[in-house]
Design a protein around this ligand. Sequence first.
Ligand SMILES: Nc1ncnc2c1ncn2[C@@H]1O[C@H](COP(=O)(O)OP(=O)(O)OP(=O)(O)O)[C@@H](O)[C@H]1O
Ligand SMILES: [Mg+2]
Length: 224
Amino acid sequence: MPALLEARDLWKSYDGVDYVLRDVHLSLGAGEGLVVWGRNGSGKTTLLNLLGGLDWPDRGEIFLRGRDVAGLTPRERAAVRLHEIGFVFQEHNLLEELTVRQNVQLPLRLRRAHTMEARGEELLARFSLEALADRRPPTLSVGERQKVAVARALANEPDLFLADEPTASLDEETAPDLLDLFEGLRAEGRTVILASHDPLSRALPWPVRRLQGGRLRSEGEGEE
Ligand SMILES: Nc1ncnc2c1ncn2[C@@H]1O[C@H](COP(=O)(O)OP(=O)(O)OP(=O)(O)O)[C@@H](O)[C@H]1O
Ligand SMILES: [Mg+2]
């Protein structure tokens, strides 16, 4: 069976000169988690954007269930993102003109799921967001927005879940709960990648790989 997600020889530069990612390889099956660790500017967001089909490598290939994502048309790619990938952006990317409830329901609305309302309420309850359901994102605290972003990313029950610094704005009680939730998603058989420089994420029983000098190293390899 092919890996759920496989990246081969990814290279990415924004200016054609300096490479933010160099020769990155990774392969993850269903039910596997990975923490991508690295300093500010080490390329964590860049890598997640490539893996989530939001941006393109200069070189290299990305396969989702053995299918080359780069070979898809923009329409097919959008469908893959909607149906198969849950993405939590570092900056949340909530739609400001929609309420919390509508943001959480959005992926379901886009695929015209008849479960939209029931599933939306279930997610609001799971993240204790009921009291905020009719508010709009600009009126929320950063940590509250983070929870809405995670709830929204889960709406379509994606097989691949990518989260960029999801605990960065959360307090020490909320952050471990969220990490437990990610571990739960992994245990359900999903593939979960967490980009983080939060020491709390090291508590997850997952392999950690470090981005350094554009390369994705195994823990302990090539440390300064
Ligand atoms: N759109 C862009 N255009 C030009 N350079 C960019 C762009 N996006 C990122 N970079 C550069 O690429 C490098 C990696 O950025 P990236 O956002 O991937 O790092 P990061 O590890 O996510 O950092 P942080 O921990 O601060 O979120 C940085 O030097 C950044 O300035
Ligand atoms: Mg980042």
